[in-house]
Design a protein around this ligand. Structure first.
Ligand code: CTP
Ligand code: A1H0Z
Length: 446
């Protein structure tokens, strides 16, 4: 299976472009073409992005600059790059990082297979970092493989949840107005303190908005603004839209953004990002069985139980013996959670077959993949302790696949005929936890 490059175009969800998504991409392309005023057959807008990523994250209060802080063992900036890479009509992505972080950034690009990325040296302020990115695009530098775009997107590297439709809106608005930026309603009221530290006045919250990212500009407008920019503004400014207004008399069009556009600034924001990502990759479970298609009773039963227990989670089931297009497509569709039900075999061959498919797909490069290997045992035939020992092999096996971001655990369901069910659940990752609990009901699987 062709590994899905991390940046394949698919807004909001990770992974390669799907046939249904291609339709949306074509719609986006049509929108860009109309925004460009392009005649049929002519190319659409040339769009590039500049990502300032040269800060030290002082407010985060940790030694690692926040753009490199891990979320599910992957640096925050990689999620932002993935979000932009999914948008196929962004031709180049220029990232401004400090010299000391250049090698770290290069290793992230290599490990997560990011494409279309160019690196420039960051400046001592955010505006200077953005300016350095613009210079790289302006063909000011020798041997630079970048070309000057018509439209440039500016997006903070610490805003991972940017979606294609928001990018399309700001780019389309920038083509028409010269500049555009995402905004969000204010959560707190803005007040102005007096010199003695008391309230001077408060602003009417409903009449004001928070300026967020992404922003987009006609390249010539924002590049001219930065070239004219005073040292004071370069040093202390925080608003690119203001530079376009002040130095190029260009009034930016304001575009309502989605709630997830917020900037990661404080430590609590990292926990919020992790929760959102976990929620995104937990939307689907695939039950894979080692039995023939015609008696998939077990998997359908498990599928129904999971559907009833887990609201809003899509549950599918496939027979591993037919490890053809259907299962391949489920993997390509970015399912990250698999329950491998071993009814006919008591060893790991079938689970290993699934794991091989997952490793070939490169699915786990971007997000952890969870595989639960389920095994059944009639303990009248084989005492659980003997079976448990053989299953403990899974621990070594799991340590191996964990290196490739696949989290494997095992579930042994041992049962006599029609009496009771013991479910021994063991973790096979780096620590073994073995607990048994009795369930007096007749196990539905017997
Ligand atoms: N000299 C700088 C400062 C900031 N940034 C980038 O601008 C974005 C938004 O800035 P901010 O949230 O202020 O980041 P930091 O400056 O790192 O945060 P702090 O102010 O808490 O130090 C971040 O992606 C940051 O890496 C940059 O490229 N160059
Ligand atoms: O870097 P700071 O945290 O000071 O501010 C950055 C933000 O101001 C900026 O990302 C948006 O407000 C849009 O300009």
């Amino acid at each position: 299976m062709e590994p899905g490059p991390p940046g394949s175009s698919r807004p909001t969800e990770p992974g390669p472009c799907l046939s249904s998504q291609q339709g949306a991409d074509q719609a986006a392309s049509a929108s860009l073409q109309s925004a460009a005023g392009a005649q049929p057959g002519r190319h659409s807008l040339a769009v590039a992005a500049v990502l300032p990523a040269g800060g030290c994250g002082e407010r985060m209060g940790v030694p690692t600059p926040k753009q490199f802080c891990p979320i599910l063992e992957r640096p925050l900036i990689s999620y932002t790059l993935q979000a932009l890479e999914r948008v196929y009509w962004i031709k180049d992505i220029v990232v401004a990082v400090t010299g000391e972080n250049m090698e770290v950034m290069k290793s992230i690009i290599q490990k997560y297979q990011h494409k279309r990325i160019s690196l420039v040296e960051a400046g001592v302020t955010r505006h200077r970092s953005i300016f350095n990115g613009l210079k790289a695009l302006a063909e000011d530098q020798l041997n630079c493989k970048l070309s000057k775009p018509e439209i440039v997107i500016v997006h903070d590297a610490v805003r991972p949840f940017v979606e294609e439709d928001t990018l399309l809106k700001v780019v389309t608005a920038a083509k028409k107005h010269g500049a555009a930026g995402a905004i969000r309603p204010l959560v707190s009221t803005v007040i102005s303190p007096s010199a003695d530290g008391c309230l001077d006045h408060s602003l009417e919250r409903a009449r004001h908005r928070a300026s967020e990212m992404p922003q987009a500009f006609l390249f010539d407008v924002i590049y001219e603004a930065y070239q004219q920019c005073s040292d004071y503004d370069l040093e202390f400014g925080t608003e690119c839209l203001q530079l376009a207004l002040k130095y190029c008399c260009t009034k930016a069009k304001l575009v309502e953004g989605s709630p997830d556009l917020w900037k990661v600034t404080y430590k609590r924001d990292l926990y919020a990002v992790e929760s959102i990502i976990k929620e995104k990759i937990s939307q689907e479970i695939c039950v894979v069985t080692d039995i023939e298609e015609d008696n998939k009773y077990v998997s359908h039963l498990l599928e129904e139980v999971l559907k009833s227990e887990l609201n809003h989670v899509k549950v599918t089931s496939e027979a591993l013996c037919h490890a053809g297009r259907d299962l391949q497509q489920i993997i390509l569709d970015q399912c990250y959670n698999f329950v491998c039900v071993n009814v006919m075999t008591s060893d790991f061959q079938e689970t290993q077959k699934l794991l091989s498919m997952l490793e070939e797909s490169n699915l786990s490069i971007l997000y952890p993949v969870v595989v639960v290997s389920v095994h059944f045992l009639d303990f009248k035939l084989v005492p659980p302790s003997q079976k448990m020992e053989s299953l403990m092999l899974i621990r070594e096996f799991a340590k191996e696949v964990k290196k490739r971001n696949i989290w494997l655990c095992g579930l042994l369901i041992s049962y006599p005929q029609y009496v009771c069910t013991q479910i021994s659940f063991f973790f096979s990752m780096d620590k073994r936890k073995n607990f048994l609990y009795e369930n007096e009901e007749k196990h539905p699987l017997t």
